[in-house]
Design a protein. Structure first.
Length: 118
C-alpha cells in the first residue's frame, strides 16, 4: 500500500528522515526557519501525516516517528511519474533525464553500474 503525500507533508517527512525521531516542536522550529511556517501550520501537516499512517505520535512531548522510508516514497513517486507522464516506460523517463541535464563522468559511471547490476 502506498501513501500519497502532498508537498507540505513531504517537507515534514524530510525533516524526520534527516533528523530521525524528533518532537513536533523541533520539526516546527526547522520548518519555520526553512519555509516561514508558523507552529499551527506545521502541527496541522503533522496531524495529516499521522492520519495517513506516515508518522506515529509517541509520548512524551509529541515525539514524531516516520513510519515510511524516504526510499519507499521515492519509489512510489517515481512509479507514479513513469505511469502518468511516460506511459509506464522507465526507459523513456531515463532518456528524457539524460537529454536535459549534463552528467559528470562520475555520474555516468554510477549509472552504468546501476544498469549492469540491474
Amino acid at each position: 500500500m502506498s501513501i500519497k503525500l502532498f508537498d507540505s507533508e513531504l517537507k515534514v517527512m524530510a525533516v524526520l528522515w534527516r533528523e530521525g525521531d524528533c518532537t513536533a516542536k523541533h520539526i516546527s522550529d526547522i520548518l519555520q526557519e526553512q519555509t516561514g511556517w508558523n507552529i499551527n501550520t506545521t502541527y496541522t501537516v503533522i496531524k495529516k501525516c499521522i492520519k495517513k499512517g506516515a508518522i506515529e505520535r509517541r509520548e512524551p512531548n509529541f515525539l514524531c516517528h516516520a513510519l515510511i522510508s524516504r526510499e519507499a516514497v521515492q519509489a512510489s513517486e517515481t512509479d507514479e511519474l513513469i505511469d502518468k507522464i511516460y506511459d509506464g516506460s522507465a526507459d523513456m523517463l531515463f532518456a528524457s533525464l539524460l537529454t536535459r541535464k549534463t552528467l559528470s563522468a562520475e555520474q555516468i559511471e554510477r549509472l552504468k553500474k546501476i544498469v549492469e547490476e540491474g
